[in-house]
Design a protein around this ligand. Structure first.
Ligand code: ZN
Length: 236
């Protein structure tokens, strides 16, 4: 199969970042497919948010609805079986001796992007979009631009395809990510992402804060809340 240059595969978890990336891809590509991973995450509820987000995006923009293609969900329980992390075990979130939070799942983005590329290979897609970000992030080494660039080279060499890994949020603050959502889809998209996307590491969706649902205490909620307040306050 020849590679399609007008199609993108978006890593879509149901979170704020990946939903913004999905809108970014819908704005640029003629056809967009999505891929999500069930890896034993405590906040697997994020995957359930995807259907409401896709429905909302399609309802908001008929032109985007026409571009949305297959949704793929891959089960990779192995990652949780071999990882000792607060995202896959019921333990408190804390900073480890290496300075990294124990929410870091070693190899996660490397595995995700490798599976995404393997699927993209089969689908004849060369553009892969992910929400990795080096600004306002948790220090995860697999979110670094250098890591993504190295992986793009490795995947392209290893599969003899010229994959392009797009990370539109790489240099954006969380406030700037909200602004990007506004630029792409106006207030409607901002509201959809705020109300329907999931960020909280603990998987809580009970309370509805001004920045969306979540426990309000975990590092992911804290980052999202700070970004939202900087956005509505006009700073970024
Ligand atoms: Zn939380």
């Amino acid at each position: 199969m020849s590679e399609q240059d007008d199609t993108a595969l978006v890593l879509f978890s149901g979170g704020q970042d990946s939903t913004t990336c999905l809108a970014w891809a819908l704005d640029r590509f003629a056809r967009v497919e999505t891929i999500g991973f069930a890896y034993g995450q405590r906040h697997a509820i994020e995957l359930d948010c995807r259907a409401r987000l896709l429905e909302g995006l399609a309802h908001m923009r008929p032109d985007w609805a026409a571009k949305l293609g297959c949704e793929h969900t891959l089960d990779i329980p192995t990652l949780a079986a071999i990882s000792e992390t607060a995202l896959t075990r019921d333990v408190a979130i804390e900073i480890g001796a290496d300075g990294l939070p124990n929410t870091f799942v070693p190899g996660r983005n490397l595995v995700f992007l490798t599976f995404a590329a393997a699927l993209a290979y089969r689908r004849g897609i060369r553009h892969i979009v992910g929400g990795m970000c080096e600004t306002d992030y948790s220090g995860y080494p697999d979110c670094r631009d250098e890591t993504i660039k190295a992986l793009q080279t490795a995947l392209s060499l290893g599969m003899a395809r010229s994959f392009e890994l797009h990370t539109p949020l790489m240099w954006l603050s969380k406030a700037a990510t909200w602004q990007l959502a506004h630029d792409l889809g106006g207030r409607g998209l901002v509201d959809l992402i705020r109300d329907q996307s999931h960020t909280c590491y603990l998987g809580e969706r009970g309370a509805r804060h001004d920045w969306g649902h979540g426990c309000g205490q975990c590092p992911a909620c804290e980052l999202r809340a700070n970004g939202w307040h900087a956005y509505v306050g006009g700073g970024s």
